[in-house]
Design a binder for this molecule. Structure first.
Ligand code: AMP
Length: 115
């Protein structure tokens, strides 16, 4: 359900904010990040509103696995052979949009550890 999801991603899911979807299926959509941190920077989000990974539960195990597999598929479709998948959880970890999302980042060397 997205009706009460007032986050920017809820608005994207309801098409109240336009974005170019590069992928969608019955469980999730994916689009390019507005402020890309690398040549490839995609966000994969579930249609279901889960505020963060911290809020996810066992009933969403299949969905979470699906999101990861979609992230890998899209990374490969973008021509990447190496990439980083990131889920920021909580404001102190950098989460700014409280609708679970997986960042897929690649196309340049990525340092570790992240800042
Ligand atoms: P996070 O900081 O992990 O919560 O990531 C949120 C991401 O959403 C940031 O990388 C933003 O650049 C991105 N973002 C915010 N608004 C939009 C939008 N309208 N379209 C695409 N990406 C967005």
């Amino acid at each position: 359900m997205t009706e009460n999801n007032q986050t920017v991603f809820g608005k994207i899911l309801r098409d109240e904010i336009k974005t170019d979807r590069i992928y969608e299926d019955e469980h999730c959509i994916a689009f390019k990040d507005l402020q890309p941190q690398a040549p490839v920077h995609i966000l994969v989000i579930p249609r279901l509103h889960i505020a963060s990974l911290s809020e996810a539960d066992e009933n969403q195990a299949l969905l979470l696995g699906h999101l990861l597999l979609v992230a890998a598929k899209l990374a490969k479709m973008q021509g990447l052979i190496a990439w980083r998948t990131v889920i920021n959880t909580g404001a102190e970890a950098g989460q700014t949009v409280f609708h679970l999302h997986i960042h897929v980042i690649g196309g340049r060397p990525l340092l570790w550890p992240p800042g």
